[in-house]
Design a protein around this ligand. Structure first.
Ligand SMILES: *Cc1c(COP(=O)(O)O)cnc(C)c1O
Length: 306
């Protein structure tokens, strides 16, 4: 079965290399058809469930995961229902509907939308979690398979962390390609730093609330597997302010002519603002995870606000 994601470009960035004073490689997940890396894992999981007989796909994500499920359903010719909370932007709802999926708006927060979505799942449906599913991690790992096939072993991988699905996928990819010695830098925005705080506390904590504009990083608690990896792999944690994430998005637009969300800007801010934290690593790979829920106008407005 052909995968639903595409092989993305691996670019050596002169501008970012100069900004960080070392070689910076970019894995351009922003160029996936639904706009983020999520289609790798979600596409893999949806294909699996449909092969196993699922006749409908259900998601409760008003963000890139919901958009990826809608895209996957369209490709697989299976109906999709996405239940989203009232806080979901018109833009996100429109992007999900553009893929032909049904959108139901319910509840003040994701918790309530998710409860309704789960209550609607029947025996012939598959429910897609946005980050906590081994099928997702297996699928996300394909981005590292592609880098390995190109023979570009980095000395550090930089990525963003929300619920930790991307982190688990990249780690799985590194290990299955014999790159278990490559450290990872996990970046979050302040106010969505559930991973950093768990590392600090030595146990998986739950944030009382999310107070960052990087909504795609807004998981109050990371998945268990993401935290478990901290005992098995060198993972450094970095937290950047919203302002740095937004600034990085705008700078990246000029440098690479690609629009990404602050969730992705967080990882880019590690290059633009924190080269000192990259130590002696001569080559770093940044996962440009993408994201389509922020428009250019919104990014510019945030830049003047925060
Ligand atoms: C989902 C998402 C993340 C975070 O991924 P997790 O698997 O939840 O850690 C980061 N950036 C973008 C653009 C996303 O859509």
């Amino acid at each position: 079965m052909t995968p639903l994601h595409i092989e993305t470009p691996l670019l050596e960035s002169r501008t970012l290399s100069r900004a960080a004073n070392r070689t910076v490689w970019l894995k351009m997940e922003a160029l996936q058809p639904p706009g983020s890396f999520k289609i790798r894992g979600i596409g893999h999981a949806c294909s699996h469930y449909v092969r196993r007989g699922a006749r409908r796909l259900i998601s409760s994500s008003g963000g890139n995961a919901g958009i990826a499920v809608a895209y996957a359903g369209r490709q697989l010719q299976v109906p999709v229902l996405v239940v989203v909370p009232e806080t979901t932007t018109e833009r996100a709802i429109d992007l999900i509907r553009q893929q032909g999926a049904d959108v139901q708006v319910h509840g003040a927060s994701w918790q309530e939308a998710n409860e309704l979505a789960l209550s609607m799942v029947t025996d012939s449906d598959a429910f897609l979690h946005p980050f906590d599913d081994p099928l997702l991690w297996q699928g996300h790992g394909s981005m590292i398979d592609e880098v390995a096939r190109r023979g570009r072993k980095p000395e550090l991988v930089i990525l963003s962390v929300g619920g930790g699905g991307l982190l688990c996928g990249v780690l799985e990819g590194l290990h299955r390609n014999g790159w278990s010695d490559v450290p990872v830098m996990a970046v979050e925005t302040s106010g969505a730093d559930s991973f950093a705080r768990s590392v600090e506390a030595g146990e998986r904590i739950e944030l009382p609330a999310i107070s960052s504009i990087a909504t795609s990083l807004g998981a109050r608690r990371v998945c268990e597997q993401a935290f478990d990896w901290t005992h098995r792999h060198p993972i450094r944690s970095l937290v950047v302010p919203d302002q740095a994430a937004v600034r990085a998005c705008l700078r990246f637009m000029d440098d690479h002519r690609v629009v990404v969300e602050p969730a992705c800007g967080a990882a880019l801010a590690a290059i633009y603002d924190h080269a000192d934290r990259l130590e002696a690593c001569a080559s770093v790979l940044v996962i440009v995870c993408g994201g389509v829920t922020a428009s250019v106008a919104q990014l510019q407005q945030w830049a003047t606000q925060v």
